[in-house]
Design a protein around this ligand. Structure first.
Ligand code: MG
Length: 375
């Protein structure tokens, strides 16, 4: 049994644009999301150390909040003296602890515990999840913030960088009117030709009516999926959008726990689930969500935006999950993905290899974390 002896937590932050020196071969351009580019990121790192000397780590991603940090600080002492093999029990205990909050505080801990278990057994996490169905996963390039006159070149630069067969672009509120988003999609399709899939992500910024209008306006451009058309608070609205179009609807990066995904499935609101492993409750909960997806003929494509550890967690899940079909690969200049670890993910010919290394197969560049730690 693997006894948890020590848990360390610390915060750090860094200015994105001053980092430079990117080691990831696939990264291009700025880092941002639907509301624009980001100039500073704030994170926290959790390190769980066992009596065997194995270390499970997780570093939170861009959407981590003070609440997440506070929750993890509250839970950390409760890990001491427990065994990594008790992961399911720890999950249930912590879910009760967090019942009055969201569940983001537990996801990082759960991912770190899976990492420890894999290391202690000298086995990759995907083996513990049921075995590897693929040696590599197809990936799509995620980015696409440019205006209509530049979006074609931006997306083509992604395709050239990693041999991607699919790209995702941002649409929605930043474009002003729906017709401007549709113009950008039209420009993207014309530049990419017919053989590259295009996904569109509105980050929940449309009303139901706007989302329906967008679907109608881009009907002829063969969109692979339309992601978060409306706010995650409006699952019935999402179902209404889905029933109005044959464009597949993707959602889930803002959902916590299997219960939210069950509701989406019951409402027939989505074709593709995109759990964020840190937000949804970790690998433990993501496995349950993947099972729901499989039972409802919903495909799985996790939100892998956050960083190298979260990317690895999602990749191991997809390696074993029957519903998984593609993974997200951020093309923004995200140092959490490309500089946090020497094992930063690489994409070649549109595929990412699934590692044989024990645990999640990721080590942390401690110089990076220490240099940017908050005093
Ligand atoms: Mg998204």
């Amino acid at each position: 049994m693997t006894l948890i002896k020590k848990v360390e937590l610390h915060e750090f932050k860094f200015p994105v644009n001053n980092l430079g020196n990117l080691t990831g071969a696939n990264s291009v351009g700025a880092f941002g999301y639907s509301k624009g580019e980001v100039s500073e990121l704030k994170k926290f790192a959790i390190k769980i150390i066992t009596d065997e000397g194995t270390v499970g780590e997780y570093v939170t991603h861009w959407c981590s909040t003070a609440s997440t940090f506070a929750q993890s600080c509250m839970l950390a002492p409760k890990l001491l003296g427990r065994h990594a093999e008790e992961r399911e029990g720890i999950y249930d205990d912590f879910k009760r602890e967090l019942r009055q909050f969201d569940h983001m505080g537990h996801g990082p801990i759960d991912i770190a515990l899976w990492d420890i278990l894999g290391q202690s057994l000298n086995t990759p996490v995907w083996q513990l999840l049921g075995g590897r169905r693929h040696k590599r996963m197809p990936a799509y390039a995620s980015g696409g913030w440019a205006s209509a006159d530049k979006i074609g070149d931006q997306l083509l630069s992604y395709v050239e960088k990693g041999g991607f067969k699919a790209v995702k672009m941002r649409i929605g509120v930043a474009d002003g009117e729906v017709r401007h988003s549709a113009e950008r999609v039209e420009a993207a399709r014309k530049a990419l030709g017919d053989d590259i899939d295009i996904m569109c992500d509105a980050h929940g910024t449309y009303t139901v009516a706007e989302a329906k209008r967008f679907c109608r306006m881009v009907e002829e451009y063969n969109i692979a999926w339309f992601e978060e058309p409306v706010t995650a608070d409006d699952k019935k609205g999402l179902a209404e959008v889905r029933s109005s179009t044959d464009i597949p609807i993707a959602t889930g990066e803002n959902e916590a726990t299997r219960f939210s995904f069950r509701d989406l499935a019951e409402l027939r609101a989505a074709d593709i689930f995109q759990p964020d492993l840190a937000i949804c409750g970790g690998i433990t909960e993501a496995v349950r969500i993947a099972a729901i997806a499989s039972a409802y003929q919903i495909r799985l494509a996790p939100h892998l935006w956050g960083g190298a550890l979260m990317f690895a967690a999602g990749l191991h899940l997809c390696a074993a999950a029957p519903a998984a079909f593609i993974i997200e690969y951020s093309l923004g200049a995200n140092p959490m993905l490309f500089e946090l670890s020497p094992e930063a993910p690489k994409c070649t010919d549109g595929y990412v290899e699934i590692s044989d290394r024990p645990g999640l197969g990721i080590t942390i560049n401690n110089d990076f974390v220490e240099y940017y730690s908050v005093e």
